[in-house]
Design a binder for this molecule. Structure first.
Ligand SMILES: [Zn+2]
Length: 524
């Protein structure tokens, strides 16, 4: 719906509600609430709080949701957009995890970065230690570019997934990014370089020592290979891995099944998708799926292991998923399937779900796709609540929702209530009932509510006239101040939301690595 139409419909509804409630003329308001609603809602919140009690049960299951780059401004804007898609003003809407009882702030700096990338931030959450830029689950004494496998082994930090496997639980990883990308990889891989996703990404020689690296005896393995060749304990435990990054598992001699022009990225000749099936066969029935039909055909009741890689690189943005050539499951569908595999284990499970492409759309300066992916991430969390409730596992499951870092994404101006979150700023008019008009900058030009501090949306030759531009279009790039090919991460705190056993330990201002300690306290 066009934004003018949307708010016109809303205004009409609001006016109707007002005119039936009161006989005399009332001022035009932007929100649908009656005066008493504000008070009633506040009282309901207090009553709800009184009935809260610390859940000190042991967590049989832990689910860690990470919205990659899902800063607080992203949550606010996605919440508004989701509400507006339901023809509501939007600000009062609640995403699934907005209802969680416990929240905290997470400080996301790493050992050597004020503003971090996804590698040390997920390492912090996964292992309990802050670490170095670009490194996955190795401690901060590791040298950049370290290629010696024995040295890496000595620096290794054990992840919550590895601990859960040791407890005899099932484990799973779901992401919309490549499964070898920093966030999911920090749970199973240990490496000084997050970019070493396939063997072709490894350097020929070690940058520090000059020793042979790629393919050499005693050299560190690439991330895709590490996933297949995890310890026997993790191999048995890791039941379901769903996401993107297919070509990192395929030999260069094979063409991609969905995009035949793409080839595998492996130089060692191995097809790791087949190695997944054969290396898990002794534990149970294992399958590999690369499209939606195969994914749908996988029946958790009579299968144990599922590797699903639905794109050569990251899976599609939710906004584009319907156009995927071979079809691919949504984050919600992947999460649902993973839960159904993991819930079979009477000892419980650890599951990580990443909304990985919120981050990518932000890097592209494209708020529409970032917010649509955030809404889908919220849907996956809602589905998790529903599935766990139905199966009776909800009160034994610690669920944490957080982000690894923020983005330079802002919600600015004085837009009126219900103004399209992707639209131009239109302020509350000076006189009630007057039409909303665009707010104008010093040169008389309108501007959008959403923007970035830096990135590809910068217009070095001056601000464009957006008067007749559809800024709600899925491809619109929000304006930015500093021109950069890719918008950057931001360094302020992100939010943590928690529910379930030991969720009350999520409180106040936390270091990001303390999230690991909450999960372990709940599991022990
Ligand atoms: Zn990023």
């Amino acid at each position: 719906m066009n934004r003018h139409l949307c708010s016109a419909v809303f205004l009409a509804v609001a006016l109707l509600a007002q005119s039936t409630a009161h006989a005399q003329a009332t001022p035009v308001v932007q929100g649908p609430e009656a005066v008493a609603d504000w008070f009633t809602a506040g009282q309901a919140f207090i009553e709800q709080g009184k009935s809260l009690h610390d859940n000190n049960r042991r967590a049989k299951n832990v689910v860690l949701f990470v919205g990659d780059g899902m800063g607080i401004s992203t949550i606010t804007a996605a919440r508004i957009l989701e509400g507006q898609l339901k023809n509501k003003p939007g600000e009062e809407n609640r995403l699934s995890f907005d209802r969680f009882p416990y929240t905290a702030l997470s400080k996301t700096y790493s050992w050597d970065q004020q503003t971090s990338d996804s590698a040390p931030t997920m390492t912090a959450m996964a292992t309990g230690y802050k670490a170095r830029e670009g490194m996955l689950s190795v401690n901060h004494t590791t040298a950049r570019g370290e290629c010696n496998a024995a040295v890496v082994e000595s620096k290794k930090l054990r992840s919550v997934l590895e601990h859960a496997a040791e407890m005899g639980k099932s484990t799973g990883i779901v992401s919309t990014a490549r499964i070898t990308h920093a966030t999911p990889a920090a749970l199973y891989a240990h490496t000084a370089m997050r970019d070493w996703e396939a063997d072709s990404n490894l350097p020929v020689t070690d940058i520090n020592t000059g020793a042979a690296c790629r393919g050499a005896d005693g050299a560190v393995k690439d991330i895709a290979r590490q996933m297949i060749e995890v310890s026997p304990q993790v191999r048995k435990s890791l039941k379901v891995v769903l996401g993107g990054g297919r070509t990192y598992f395929m030999p260069s001699s094979l063409n991609d099944p969905e995009y035949p022009k793409d080839k595998g990225r492996r130089l060692d000749g191995r097809d790791l998708t087949q190695d997944w099936v054969t290396s898990r066969a002794s534990f149970g029935r294992a399958s590999y799926a690369w499209n939606k039909a195969q994914f749908d055909a996988f029946e958790p009741a009579n299968n144990s292991y599922l590797l699903g890689l639905f794109e050569p690189s990251h899976v599609q943005y939710e906004a584009d998923r319907a156009n995927d050539p071979a079809g691919e499951p949504s984050l919600t569908e992947m999460t649902d399937k993973a839960l159904r595999v993991l819930l079979k284990d009477p000892k419980g499970f650890f599951l990580h779900v990443e909304g990985g492409r919120i981050d990518h759309a932000h890097h592209a300066g494209n708020a529409s796709r970032a917010l649509t992916d955030t809404i889908e991430f919220s849907n996956a969390i809602q589905r998790t609540l529903d599935v766990l409730k139905t199966s009776g596992a909800l009160e034994d499951t610690l669920i944490i929702v957080t982000a690894d870092h923020s983005h330079t994404f802002t919600i600015a101006g004085y837009p009126s209530r219900g103004n399209h979150i992707l639209g131009l700023v239109r302020e509350v008019p000076a006189k009630d009932g007057a039409p909303l008009k665009n707010s104008l900058d010093a040169n008389g030009r309108p501007f959008t509510t959403l923007a970035y501090t830096n990135g590809p949306g910068a217009r070095p030759n001056g601000r464009p006239d957006l008067t007749n531009v559809d800024t709600t279009h899925v491809d619109f790039l929000q304006e930015a101040t500093v021109p950069l090919a890719a918008e950057t991460h931001a360094g302020e705190d992100v939010a943590i939301y928690a529910r379930g056993p030991k969720a009350h330990l999520v409180r106040g201002s936390m270091e990001q690595n303390w999230i690991f300690h909450v999960m372990m306290e709940a599991l022990k």
